[in-house]
Design a protein around this ligand. Sequence first.
Ligand code: 5RP
Length: 222
Amino acid sequence: MNQKKIAGEKAAEYIKDGMVVGLGTGSTARYMVDKVGEMVKNGLKIQGVPTSKATEEQARSLGIPLLDINDVDHIDLDIDGVDEIDGDFNATKGGGGALFREKVVASLAKEVIWIMDESKLVDKLGAFPLPIEILPYGYQIVFKKMEEYGFNPKMRMKDGELFVTDNGNYIVDLHLGVPADIEDVKAKVNGIVGVLETGQFLKMCKRIIVGTDEGVKVIEAK
Ligand code: 5RP
């Protein structure tokens, strides 16, 4: 069973006519966007707000009407993937490097659904490196500060060069280990000048949709 596909397609069922919908990024969200494209072709009327250039391109190719982020006054529902999530719905996102736009869109949404395969469910966060988007200006100073805090930072690379986000910035991945002290990391990282946003998406959703080999599970917040 394709766990990501069934989770993505199930989530699309929550989209109703007239909604403004946040369209997530990554391989699971891709299945959801494909499904939304199909629904739009069959007459669904929505406006999408993409969370990355890749999703924007996919959505355009499928004929999904899109809103520029600056024209958004609300988002009814945001559907996006996660890299790790604990039992309290604290999630790590940004494996694909889209965390800033993903957080902007999620923070504007009345309702958020995270979609995933079973491997994303964990007892404690920390095994998946926490992505942090940082500005290029003075990035080595930011990096050193994270080293001083003992957060085991690694600059994200692509093809031998520093990875550059859709916003023209860099990503530092914090190899925290399990269990990560999420409140301590939050306070310290958000206090460093030069950090744009973190991949901590803490208790932002009401429900998650998990693809399993036994079928799809919808789990509501405690
Ligand atoms: C991108 C993300 C993705 O949602 C996350 O990495 C999950 O990806 P996938 O669905 O491919 O496992 O946060 O920045």
